[in-house]
Design a protein around this ligand. Sequence first.
Ligand code: OOG
Length: 256
Amino acid sequence: MSLTDGEVTRLAHELDDAQTSARPVTGRSAHGDWDVPSAYRVQRCLLSRRRSRGEQPVGLKLGFTSRAKMRQMGVHDVIVGQLTDAMDIPDGGELSLDRLIHPRVEPEVAFRIARDVDLEDPRASLATAVDAVAPALEIIDSRYRDFRFSYADVIADNTSAAAFVIGSWAPVRPLDNLAVRMTIGPRTVSVGTTGAILGDPIRGLRLLTAICRRHAIPVHAGDVVLAGAATAAVPITEGFVTAQVADLGRASVRVT
Ligand code: OOG
């Protein structure tokens, strides 16, 4: 079912309020099925509300690009969300749990888009516009109670995006089989490989191109793209969280 403009606005405000007040809500799908284009309209409205508070768009994120994540959340197709400067934590910086609902952390890799890509051109692909790659951490925090959502719900909620950390940028290299390890303090909390992300994270950029084109999601030169989690997400606890991605390097955040 397609939503009216009024319903789109109401849902976007409800999700935005849930984020700013750190009080979870129930997904729209509890009241019946609704369609993916409407869910991306809610996401767009949500982002324009964040922009009206002064936040600047800085990139995009993919979700459900690994089997581990699909299995963990019971969702089976790739999703795209949008990143703003308010979510950007410098490598080694601090994240306070105060304003979050039930945050989880995921080890990822990031791409940097070097130039504008004309998505109206059907041959254009973001995969050819990348000039650097980096290890990354993503902090997700569903605005839905108990992380319970349908595919449309999670898209509307900007794919649970809450914060991210990018390690040092490095020249583009093969990413199809780099070992990934995430630690919280001395504890290893997950291990995997970048190959778990669609066989090769670069494939995510082709899917991203198609989704951005279909749902009119803008992409700009300099944007960061998070490729999606290589392993299942782990509930965050206080401590020093690090994602090590083989010799590509690491990204860390101090959680307080
Ligand atoms: C949705 C976000 C999923 C990923 O990397 O797969 C995601 C969620 O699990 O709440 O970011």
